[in-house]
Write a protein of this length. Structure first.
Length: 204
């Protein structure tokens, strides 16, 4: 049996593709040269890298496809669509704001998302050891900021919200460059694969 047999990952670039807020792009970051970058554009690039990495490993990947109405609309709709597709992992892709120094991987408290978050966070820190001060795991409860992004993903799918860096922190802004966003996606993908390997050992 293949190592990735049964690994089905949803990669959801959030803020984009909302039917109620079609112009939502998330936070807007102003660079030192005055150029502006949106959260959604950065998340889209690292999500594409993540999808490519996972597909190269042999995983089945479902991501946003607005032309075919896939992974669009309210987050609750996307969460339920992931369950209907039979996802084993759900990655909600964001970039943080608020001048922090760390990466954050969030999950709903008491869910299996904690193990996935725990596998992804150290890979982000390892990819950018001098840029990120830490990679934090954040347990969410319903009603907290971020919970609406993943709380309707049905069990037993492991769901996480990834905030790999702060786009408005000057020492993080080099991560908004395309080659570094590619590395962000690959680091998340490596975490997913490490989680899957550990999960398979437990199941077997």
């Amino acid at each position: 049996m293949s190592l990735v047999s049964g690994l089905r990952v949803v990669v959801d670039v959030q803020h984009l593709y909302k039917t109620d807020r079609p112009n939502d792009r998330g936070a807007v970051y102003t660079l030192a040269n005055g150029l502006k970058v949106t959260e959604a554009s950065a998340a889209l690039l690292y999500a594409q890298s993540l999808c490519q990495y996972l597909e190269a490993q042999g995983a089945a990947v479902l991501t946003n496809d607005p032309a075919h109405g896939i992974m669009v609309g309210f987050y609750s709709q996307r969460n339920r669509a992931a369950g209907a597709w039979g996802a084993t992992a759900y990655i909600a892709c964001h970039v943080n704001a608020g001048l922090g120094q760390y990466a954050a991987v969030e999950y709903m408290s008491t869910t299996v998302g904690s193990d996935l978050a725990g596998a992804i966070a150290p890979q982000l820190k390892a990819a950018f050891p001098t840029t990120l001060s830490a990679a934090k795991l954040v347990a969410l409860s319903s009603g907290q900021r971020g919970a609406s992004c993943i709380e309707r993903v049905p069990s037993p799918c492991a769901a996480v919200l990834v905030e790999p860096f702060f786009g408005d922190t000057p020492r993080h802004q080099h991560l908004l460059e395309a080659p570094n966003l590619k590395r962000v996606g690959e680091a998340i993908g490596l975490g997913v694969m490490e989680w899957w390997k550990a999960r398979r050992v437990v199941i077997v």
